[in-house]
Design a protein around this ligand. Sequence first.
Ligand SMILES: [Zn+2]
Length: 177
Amino acid sequence: MLSGLFKFFIPQAILTPPRLKEGTILPILGFERQIVFRHDIRRKVTITNQQIIISTPGQDFAKVLEAGLKDHIRQIFQDLCQDLAGRLGTHFNKIAIRDTRSRWGSCSSNGNLSFCWRLIFAPPSVVKYLAAHEVSHLKHMNHSRIFWKAVASLDPDYAIARQWLRHNGQGLLRIKF
Ligand SMILES: [Zn+2]
């Protein structure tokens, strides 16, 4: 079960950070998908079950990809945090997506949540754990036992995700285009 869930994860990308070209494999939310370049008037990124299609009229594929992935993960955190905050009887102000290297997420005292966009390369369970962690800080601004109880109430399997992040998190940072 565990290995099935996390099997295809990053090992390859950790050892050899992939260069962005047509056919490059990127792990997106737990599934490896293949890069496709497409010339189009509109700049956009389309994520299908097997592909990541980067459309642009120019050659700025890397820039378009990064912007598209940030939009994608922002929407996922927005929806997730909305749901989790509701379950905890609290609410957040807004969500920022950053390129942080020292922390995966944060919660400010005025209710702003922020997340590292590279979490898009992690399994969905890890994304969920980070959302549960930061949403729980809306109620408890510390890492007390009561805080971890709140995290567990939102994400009973959080310990597995936390462990995954500890072992593989550095690999996420190594992926660049
Ligand atoms: Zn924390």
